[in-house]
Write a protein that binds this ligand. Structure first.
Ligand SMILES: Nc1ncnc2c1ncn2[C@@H]1O[C@H](COP(=O)(O)OP(=O)(O)OP(=O)(O)O)[C@@H](O)[C@H]1O
Ligand SMILES: [Mg+2]
Length: 129
């Protein structure tokens, strides 16, 4: 296998056709953000409260295929929680490495994820033994 570390090499933002005067497109962080090159091991996104970190990470996670409220890549549910549509303007450049699994750990809505898992666990398995 090619020695290409990491799973995502770059994230491309194409927000120019969207409404720049409304959330999330009016966030300062998006003004000149065209591309975000990721480190091969870990990437930290830091900034003052309310600068758009959660908005950015949520959109990247949805664009990758995760549930907006968090959980593993196989989790798919929706409560009254609503996400922004920023994910529609995002393109993710993946490397040749394919992860076996993934997890979007999101503190804001982790209660919803745990509740969903609990509900799924309560459903009797239908598979034949
Ligand atoms: N659904 C929404 N509608 C309108 N504005 C929103 C919405 N969600 C967040 N905002 C605003 O967008 C800005 C960025 O919010 P966001 O939660 O992404 O920031 P953050 O960097 O994660 O903040 P914190 O450090 O507090 O977690 C804030 O000013 C917030 O009030
Ligand atoms: Mg946040």
């Amino acid at each position: 296998m090619i020695d290409q570390p990491g799973f995502v090499s770059e994230i491309l933002f194409n927000t120019k056709t969207n409404h720049l005067n409304r959330y999330p497109y009016n966030l300062y962080v998006l003004k000149n953000l065209k591309s975000l090159a990721l480190d091969d091991k870990v990437t930290f996104i830091v900034g003052e409260n309310g600068t758009g970190k959660s908005t950015l990470i949520e959109a990247i996670a949805i664009a990758y295929g995760f549930n907006a409220e968090g959980g593993s890549i196989n989790i798919n549910f929706s409560t009254r929680f609503s996400s922004s549509d920023l994910y529609k303007s995002i393109q993710i450049k993946k490397t040749l490495n394919r992860p076996k699994d993934g997890y979007f750990l999101r503190a804001e809505s982790f209660f919803n994820v745990a509740t969903n898992i609990e509900e799924l666990d309560a459903i009797p398995a239908t598979a034949k033994k």
